[in-house]
Design a protein around this ligand. Sequence first.
Ligand code: UDP
Ligand code: MG
Length: 356
Amino acid sequence: MRDGGGQAVTLELAERETARATAPAYRMLSVVVPAYNEEKNVPVLCERLLAVLDGLGVPFEIILVNDGSKDKTGSVLRAAAAARKEIKVIELKRNSGQTAAMMCGIDHASGDVIIPIDADLQNDPADIPALLAKIDEGYDVVSGWRKDRKDAAIRRNLPSRIANKIISLVSRVHLHDYGCTLKAYRLDVLDGVRLYGEMHRLIPVYASWMGARVTEIPVRHHPRSHGKSNYGLERVAKIILDLIVVKFLDRQFMKPIYVFGGFGMLCLAVSGLAVIWALYLKFFEGLSLIQTPLPLLAVMTFVTGFMCILMGLLSEILMRTYFESQGKTSYVVRERLNFEPTDRPMAEKSVARAKQ
Ligand code: UDP
Ligand code: MG
């Protein structure tokens, strides 16, 4: 009896596995395009995107976000949206930057695979099928690698190379080119990801830390033919600072007191040693307290240590507010079997109850 039941369960599981293997990996694609002063590029981009997407035979939408352009991008986008219902346009009130514009597009997307792409024709829509093939293989994030990059060598490519190396070293997620906008994400990878600053390039890192399967494929890259790049050298510094934030949020976010408190306790220990040493010098070597910098060191490290521990406590409170108010959990579930779709973790349920 028990054996029969076990067999039935195994069979059912096998059926599900095959169903998953044969079902298309996605039902709808959302291409997200942030655009700032791209009046000349947008019409060509729409044309090329439509040519590729129409050929795929999968429902799609193209979400163009006008990031407060000062040229005629707005009216060009309106005309594009009037021509095809798949082209959706969002007009931002003011220029908010590429990452924010991309976040806005992702927030409005209804597809289950999201493909961000630059509006300036430097990325090639013809690479989209190759990205999707990797999603079909079961990857959650497919990142484009501009193997033959067509930007200024010293001002752009060199700093970008350095930034890529640093991100690769620090994050231990090894990609050649984090900065390429053209990528494909499964929607669930982006669930809960909020983008600030230059962070859109760090999504693969974050996703990989959360257990996503990440890969990279070479994509084409073209020189900018119209308009000008909005960025220069200063971006590398911003990216590195963002990396520190992401790293901290990932690794230590759950227990900030371990970081701040750990450093605080080290400071207190140094302070204690400085006091002992100063007293030893005074009583055994006859050296007056004011003759050494030790008392000053003791006070400074004591205050620093104390403040660090307080800061740790504060961040613990912040962390709890963050998790508990949003129903976040300290773990990430890849898949649930034999659960009803309505079975949510307790944390989510209590947030839903509180909202009622
Ligand atoms: N972009 C944007 N808002 C900005 C700056 C840029 O939406 O404030 C868009 C821009 O229209 C382009 C993409 O972001 O589609 C990449 O910008 P850019 O070509 O200037 O960057 P680069 O390719 O030089 O890194
Ligand atoms: Mg560009």
